[in-house]
Design a protein around this ligand. Structure first.
Ligand SMILES: NC(=O)c1ccc[n+]([C@@H]2O[C@H](COP(=O)([O-])OP(=O)(O)OC[C@H]3O[C@@H](n4cnc5c(N)ncnc54)[C@H](O)[C@@H]3O)[C@@H](O)[C@H]2O)c1
Length: 306
């Protein structure tokens, strides 16, 4: 199949592109390399260095005629979205709309979208949090993701373009940059490998649901099947604290370094953990990596790539 991946030079997108190519698909990558990297790009993919907001994007759709679009390109920093909500909305809402409009005009058969479960439910009372829990986005980043989810629903109902929306937990693994939702794994790994103290914000008891990137990509690949439509959490259903992440990384690296604490970040979400029963029951997906194994693979990669 001919598949277009936006954000295919990024952390998750590049792993997805690799997997699509292994499975024999023709892959077109659209990425402006704002956080993505050339070295992440699979050499067998056709690459366009272009912004998802550009009007010239239509020439690429016309030329390449993708059957499926995986839309991953985004401004991914929650903190940046708070500082500059206009810039965030520009890429994450208007950019997404430009993709959707091109999908409509050029007969794309399906869209797969990477949303966020970590940021969408806010400080939920129900943990793990299922998809039907009321969303309470607490950042412009999460609001923009929710807005794109709603546009996808509209394009499906009105223009009959099916979609699969994946509400990812905090994804970690090789090629990760420190800026995204699970950036703490990358930041701490880099520090510990240099024998430096990782700085923990607050008491370090805040929790997240950490999913290894290969498991996330396996979930995204489900989008290739026509019947897989709708909104799904993609997660482990397990809460891990920042202190635990620090300990797991120290063990994997084989160092014992005193932890340093700094004042808590104002407004930081305390707990996040997603219920992944729906995707397990309906699409047969569940995580394969234990956190220890994912962390070990991540550490290996940072050792060899820094
Ligand atoms: N990493 C996580 O924990 C996590 C969790 C939930 C959702 N997501 C979502 O998954 C997707 C991929 O995230 P990631 O962690 O791989 O981040 P990433 O920054 O590595 O990937 C994003 C890619 O999009 C590209 N990009 C950004 N703005 C662009 C623009 N205007 N035009 C063209 N390309 C542009 C970047 O260059 C980069 O290659 C994002 O949509 C993100 O919101 C990530």
């Amino acid at each position: 199949m001919k598949i277009l991946v936006t954000g295919g030079a990024g952390f998750i997108g590049s792993h997805l592109v690799d997997q699509l190519i292994i499975q024999g698909h023709k892959v077109v990558v659209v990425d402006n390399l704002s956080t993505g990297k050339k070295e992440n790009l699979n050499k067998e993919a056709i690459f366009y260095n272009i912004d998802i907001r550009a009007s010239e994007l239509s020439h690429i759709f016309q030329e390449e005629r993708p059957e499926i679009v995986f839309h991953l390109a985004a401004q991914i920093s929650v903190r940046n979205s708070v500082e500059d909500p206009m810039a965030d909305a520009n890429t994450n809402i208007l950019g997404a709309l430009n993709i959707l409009e091109n999908c409509r005009k050029f007969g794309v058969k399906k869209i797969v979208f990477t949303s966020t479960g970590g940021a969408l439910y806010g400080d939920a009372e129900k943990i793990p949090t299922p998809e039907d829990y009321p969303v309470f986005p607490l950042s412009p980043y999460a609001i923009a993701k929710l807005s794109t989810e709603k546009y996808l629903d509209y394009y499906y109902k009105v223009f009959d373009i099916p979609y699969l929306t994946l509400r990812f937990a905090n994804i970690y693994g090789p090629r990760q940059d420190p800026y995204g939702e699970a950036g703490v794994v990358a930041i701490f790994a880099k520090k510990l490998l240099k024998n430096e103290n990782p700085i923990i914000n607050g008491d370090g008891k805040q929790t997240r649901d950490y999913l290894f990137v290969e498991d996330a990509v396996r979930a995204a690949m489900l989008g290739l099947e026509d019947k897989n439509i709708g909104i799904y959490n993609v997660a482990t259903g397990t809460e891990i604290s920042v202190v635990q992440i620090s300990d797991l990384l120290s063990q994997a690296i084989g160092v014992s370094i005193e932890k340093k604490y700094s004042p808590a970040k104002k407004g930081e979400q305390q707990r996040s953990c997603l219920d992944c029963c729906k995707i397990k029951q309906e699409l047969g997906w569940e995580p394969e990596y234990k956190i220890e194994d994912g962390i070990r693979k991540t550490v290996e990669w940072f050792k060899n790539n820094n």
